[in-house]
Write a protein of this length. Structure first.
Length: 544
């Protein structure tokens, strides 16, 4: 086992090698969480655990793929034999052991079902249904009636939606305990599990449970999760061992110190401050005149750091690549505006937005395609993309996601691939290795890292987010900013605008209240003046 422990610090070695059957690991940003999780999985196999009894659960398909690649590099084992997946994909595999096989409905199909029932406020209803299924948030009488009609409609079509997968898997395991082969469970991002997922963990972890995560990064209360899942682990699993990883290998000291000072204002947390191992780093608070100036500043700053893409912005910043940059924002509306601005610039970029009609249209086209025996999944995607005249970005997104299926025939893997696409989130379908600037919501950026990060809209109302119909949970909003700040390795820009349109109204927001919680000595400040249009005098005509 010694070669698996090579290069690990003391706490990492303990987390990988511990013989405890119940183990909780607190892993601050940059402390090597994915490495420890992968090595723990590999160590169990090397010690003789049957891989078929071992399950690792992640929160994104991207994390599952990364973990699978790491373990495959460590052990002479077929990656297809590794049980690594999200809660949803793992539950779907269990459910497919029974007949008839469930049909999986994504958001577009869900909307169609509710529309056929004459429902109003469809997206709001779906969010309410999701909260009810995941955390038991009660429905009103009107919502209950809509919910029962919706469930009957899905049942008549032999379908499940994404939020049905975990409860249905729990029901199946309780009725047929032998249907689950798993004895040992490893759970990533444990701070983000909801009560239903916690119940599934208890059912699956028959011999051992290993949970790793960071309570300071609990940011999914709208999905029913709570930081108390992590802080309550010792009560759920009495006698468990707790290990704290203590070193940040990712970010320079200014980033680590600023994020630590910020999150210290939260009271509902476990104290576990990471030690910065790299000196330096740079944080700049930037004030812009308007949203357009905000986008313009970000684009020009990236252009300058890349050494200049025009004769007007030449500056040498070494070996930076476009993929070293991320622009983070709180709302999809911000993302659309930034993507529009980047589209007018010479910079290559990805926008990890929510799936639209084109995404679902591509899915339907693949589902309806006639598959030749010898065509691979990538080949089918390319042919389908040409047939429906899909844009290059959409085709590339599907091709990137198909990499996990290798060159196996499309006829063998297409149903599984389509299910995986339905279960994916925006960041799952982002090819981080492509040399493009990444535009992401703060939530989608979790688990990623970049050399340079811009946080746009650093203003009250966005950060923290306080929509008109609800008061923000300030501690969770602070955790969300903590996640965003710690995505940065070297440089961080906190960019605000003097004027912004919100719900169609132009407002003059205050700088984010969180700015006062960051140590002033770590902040540089810049002001980008809004350029005024200079109108040239018009010469009057001879007869005016």
């Amino acid at each position: 086992m010694e070669n698996l422990l090579e290069g690990l610090d003391r706490e990492q070695r303990e987390a990988v090698s511990s013989s405890s059957k119940r183990l909780l690991v607190a892993a601050p940003p940059g402390s090597g969480k994915t490495r420890v999780l992968s090595l723990r999985f590999a160590r169990l196999i090397k010690d003789g655990v049957d891989p078929s009894t071992l399950l690792a659960v992640t929160f994104t398909n991207r994390a599952s793929i990364e973990m699978r690649e790491r373990i495959s590099a460590l052990l002479p084992i077929d990656p297809a034999l590794l049980n690594i997946g999200t809660f949803h994909s793992s539950c779907l595999k269990l459910l497919k052991k029974k007949t008839p096989l469930p049909v999986l409905y994504g958001r577009e199909e869900q909307r169609k079902v509710l529309a056929s029932l004459g429902a109003k406020r469809i997206d709001t209803l779906l969010e309410r249904f999701s909260s009810f299924k995941n955390s038991g948030v009660p429905l009103s009488e009107e919502e209950q009636a809509a919910f029962h009609a919706y469930r009957e409609a899905l049942g008549s079509q032999g379908a499940l939606d994404l939020d049905d997968l975990v409860p249905e898997a729990i029901s199946l395991i309780e009725k047929e305990p032998g249907i689950s082969p798993f004895l040992h469970l490893l759970v990533d991002e444990y701070q983000d599990i909801n009560p239903v997922q916690a119940r599934l963990v208890r059912l699956l972890a028959k011999e051992s449970v290993f949970a790793i995560g960071d309570p300071d990064q609990a940011i999914y209360s709208f999905r029913g999760s709570s930081v108390r899942a992590f802080t309550g682990f010792t009560n759920d699993y009495p006698g468990c061992e707790v290990i704290n990883l203590k070193r940040n290998y990712r970010s320079f000291a200014s980033i680590v110190n600023a994020s630590s000072a910020l999150i210290a204002h939260n009271t509902d947390r476990i104290e576990n401050t990471a030690q910065a191992l790299k000196e330096g780093g740079e944080i700049t608070a930037v004030e812009c005149g308007c949203e357009r100036a905000e986008a313009g500043f970000i684009i020009k700053e990236i252009e300058a750091m890349m050494g200049g893409l025009s004769s007007l912005t030449v500056k040498d910043h070494g070996d930076l690549k476009f993929s070293d940059f991320a622009v983070l924002f709180r709302t999809n509306r911000q993302g659309e505006a930034l993507a529009e601005a980047f589209g007018r610039s010479p910079l290559p970029y990805h926008y990890a937005g929510p799936p639209g009609g084109g995404f679902y249209g591509f899915m339907e086209a693949l589902r309806a395609s006639e598959i030749k025996d010898d065509i691979s999944l990538p080949g089918l995607i390319e042919a389908t993309g040409k047939a429906i005249a899909a844009d290059r970005y959409l085709s590339g997104l599907f091709l990137h996601s198909a990499k996990a299926f290798g060159s196996r025939p499309a006829k063998d893997v297409l149903p599984q691939f389509l299910d995986e696409m339905l279960l994916s989130g925006p960041s799952d379908n982002l090819d981080i290795k492509a040399d493009k600037v990444n535009l992401l919501t703060l939530h989608s950026a979790k688990g990623l890292e970049f050399r340079v990060v811009f946080i746009a809209g650093f203003e009250d109302g966005l950060i923290p987010f306080t929509p008109k119909w609800n008061e923000a949970d300030i501690e969770e909003e602070r955790r969300l900013l903590y996640v965003a700040i710690t995505r940065s390795k070297e440089r961080l820009y906190l960019v605000s605008s003097d004027k912004r349109k919100v719900f169609g109204e132009e407002i003059r927001p205050e700088r984010s209240r969180f700015l006062k919680e960051l140590p002033p000595a770590l902040l540089k400040k810049r002001t980008i003046e809004q350029k005024k249009l200079v109108r040239k005098p018009v010469q009057k005509g001879l007869f005016e």
